[in-house]
Design a protein around this ligand. Structure first.
Ligand SMILES: [Zn+2]
Length: 363
């Protein structure tokens, strides 16, 4: 009974996710108006809204105007149903299973919105992060969840930092005011050299200083990122130094990202009036520089599945990305859907996969 119940619930949730995927990026309400045909505007009846089956019965066409309906709709429904079914096989009916359903609903919405818009909405990435922390808190593991979230986010923030540095051929990135990737890289360096708390404090101090001074002061990336590997070996335990650096970087990255997410909601993202503002010229570049969508998503995955789970998700995402990339050719595909897929696998089967791998290594 339980798997069947989960499947039906998943199909229904998938139908709702189609609405979320379509409307959320447009800033429209996900509850009103009721579903209608995008071609003819006819309001859809209950008979048109049975997940998967309506689409099959109507042979993929609108009942009222015969316009073709994208196979994406039944696909999202079937995918959500399938994910919920796997959750039911993995967890008995419990609060844990309910959280797992939410986890997959968020991942599927994020994956398809990223496919459509090349963006991972902050509401969903931070929502998933918050739910993951709540999930850990209920198990008495809030501190561990937060640490894993910071380290996972910090890892991808540094990968992005080095990637950007290579793409710019070693030149510094434009500085953001009051907080941006420079503060993240500073936190990583000092975190690795002096401990996670010190690194995070340095990043936040730099941020506060910039806010106070009204200009973006920061150490250049070639310096902070260049010294980071050396800082690891200042400490007796380079692995701990790495974990501390990632912790500090991720903490500042997630906090800075949250600042921009809230700010963009309060202040419309148009350039401020008056050329004297140091922020004006870089305003356009912020979504790229401190966009960090994948960083926030991996942070959220860390909160749910721990640092090993997030590492596995990242590895699987890179693997899937390479395989699908080869299969699909040159078409540009965002990384978010692969991360979501890797995260889903890591959440359900991570421990088993890691245990099997260690056994295979003979550990
Ligand atoms: Zn129609």
């Amino acid at each position: 009974m339980w798997p069947l119940l989960a499947l039906v619930l998943g199909l229904a949730v998938g139908s709702f996710l189609n609405v979320v995927i379509h409307r959320l990026p447009r800033g429209e309400s996900v509850v009103f108006p009721p579903s209608h045909c995008p071609a003819c505007g006819h309001r859809l009846s209950a008979l048109d809204l049975i997940p998967v089956f309506s689409w099959l019965l109507l042979k993929g066409r609108c009942r009222y105007c015969q316009a073709p309906i994208s196979p994406r709709y039944p696909l999202v429904e079937a995918l959500t149903g399938g994910a919920f079914l796997l959750v039911a096989f993995r967890f008995p009916p419990s609060l844990e299973a309910l959280f797992a359903f939410l986890f997959f609903a968020f991942l599927i919405a994020l994956a398809f919105i990223d496919l459509d818009t090349y963006e991972l909405p902050d509401g969903l990435t931070y929502g998933l992060l918050g739910l993951g922390l709540l999930y850990q808190a209920l198990g008495g593991k809030l501190a561990g969840g937060l640490e894993a979230a910071f380290r996972s986010a910090g890892l991808l923030a540094l990968v992005a930092g080095y990637g950007g540095l290579v793409l710019r051929r070693g030149r510094d990135a434009p500085k953001e005011h009051p907080v941006g990737t420079h503060q993240v890289h500073l936190a990583a360096l000092l975190g690795a050299a002096l401990g996670g708390g010190v690194g995070m404090a340095a990043g936040f101090f730099n941020w506060a200083l910039n806010a106070r001074l009204g200009k973006p002061l920061a150490l250049p990336d070639p310096l902070t990122l260049g010294l980071f590997p050396l800082a690891l070996f200042l400490r007796s335990d380079p692995l701990q130094a790495l974990l501390d650096g990632l912790l500090a970087a991720g903490g500042v990255a997630l906090a800075g990202g949250l600042y921009w997410a809230v700010r963009d909601r309060l202040v419309p993202p148009s350039p401020p009036l008056g050329a004297a503002s140091p922020t004006g010229e870089h305003r356009e570049e912020e979504p790229v520089a401190m966009g960090y969508g994948d960083v926030k998503l991996l942070g959220a995955l860390g909160a749910w599945a721990g640092l090993p789970g997030a590492l596995l998700a990242l590895f699987l995402a890179a693997l899937f990305g390479a395989l699908f990339g080869l299969a699909l050719g040159q078409r540009k595909i965002p990384f978010g859907p692969y991360l979501a897929l890797g995260g889903g696998v890591a959440f359900l089967y991570g421990e088993a996969l890691i245990r099997a791998y260690l056994a295979w290594l003979g550990l």
